[in-house]
Design a protein around this ligand. Structure first.
Ligand code: F6P
Length: 325
């Protein structure tokens, strides 16, 4: 295996609070272990374009507490093409970068896997996504911060929902995973969560309305996972048509969920996996995602991290059902 002297770092896909803490951790662990570091700007697009700069410990000073990503990010179409990846490889060789650490979600780590196999190139992935949809790690960088952001919004919406005795559908992100909706619903004391994982053919709205929720409560909060066809607007429209006696409102939280200073949990997770990325390279590992499971740093082959669906614990769905009566 070729000796690694220089490590390149990039962030890719949707930004997530804690990405900066991860960039800092990789940079500092790498330098502490004698590697040089280069920051690659604007994700895979920036790699293809050669937007690469040397990084010292100073480049990552005073960023652990900041949201977004100092390296910027992109959803690269070019890297999905063989020509784009070839150009990326040429840039890595030219820049003397011997290994790549990619901080991102499912799509970004899929790109890293394809590239690593095509060019026999060492890539390490860090789970950076608010969606928490990567298999093999208890949590992903950004997920906890976003949960807390949703919670702050839901608490505020509860005030007005109560005053007006309304049903509110709050739509949250998550792509096709319901972690943000399910867990924020428990934390917010919401009356229900509508998530893709619970879609067993039953009508989740009818089920919820037939529980007679308004018998015991004046207001209602339902947290709905985003969906191109049946998000919060869909359910609100149906309540208007099928249960016109209820006053219903919608709040789509949108991209505010991706901003803000990372929580302690996300900063610690990012620090552990950033350190773990450098450990993985020192141990000669490649093509793995670094995660944390039961408080231990773990190395998950890309194929598992992106290929296996991370399940939502069914018991957690029952918890919400029982606590929201
Ligand atoms: O993957 C993170 C995420 O925020 C998803 O929850 C959401 O569906 C998507 O990105 C939104 O992407 P964009 O910022 O490109 O609109």
């Amino acid at each position: 295996m070729a000796r690694i002297n220089c490590i390149g770092i990039l962030t890719s896909g949707g930004d997530a609070p804690g990405m900066n803490a991860a960039i800092r951790a990789v940079t500092r662990s790498a330098i502490a272990n004698g590697f040089t570091v280069k920051g690659i700007y604007r994700g895979y697009d920036g790699l293809i374009a050669g937007d690469v700069r040397p990084f010292t410990t100073e480049n990552v000073s005073n960023i652990i507490q900041t949201g977004g990503t100092i390296l910027r990010t992109a959803r690269s179409k070019a890297f999905c093409t063989p020509e784009g990846r070839e150009q990326a490889y040429t840039v890595l060789k030219r820049e003397g970068i011997d290994a790549l650490v990619v901080i991102g979600g499912n799509g970004s780590l899929t790109g890293a896997k394809v590239f690593a196999e095509e060019y026999d190139y060492p890539c390490i992935g860090l789970p950076g996504t608010i969606d928490n949809d990567l298999y093999g790690t208890d949590s992903t960088i950004g997920y906890d911060t976003t949960l807390n952001t949703i919670l702050q919004c839901a608490d505020k919406i509860r005030d007005t929902a109560n005053s007006h005795e309304r049903i509110f559908f709050i739509e949250v992100m998550g792509r096709d995973a319901g972690f943000l909706a399910q867990y924020s619903a428990i934390a917010a004391g919401a009356e229900a969560a509508i998530i893709p994982e619970d879609n067993t053919g039953k009508d989740q709205l009818i089920e919820f309305m037939e529980r007679g929720i308004r018998k015991s409560k004046k207001s209602c909060i339902v947290i709905v996972s985003e969906s191109p066809t049946c998000g919060a607007l869909y359910y609100a429209k149906r309540v208007n048509e099928e249960y016109p006696e209820f006053d219903v409102r919608v709040s789509i939280l949108g991209h505010l969920q991706r901003g803000g200073s990372p929580t302690a949990h996300d900063r610690i997770l990012a620090s552990l996996v950033g350190y773990g990325a450098v450990q993985a390279l020192l141990q000669g590992q490649r093509n793995v995602m670094v995660g944390v499971r039961n408080n231990e740093i773990v190395y998950v082959p890309f194929i598992e991290a992106i290929g296996k669906r991370k399940p939502i614990n069914k018991e957690v769905i029952k918890v919400l059902g029982q606590l929201s009566i």
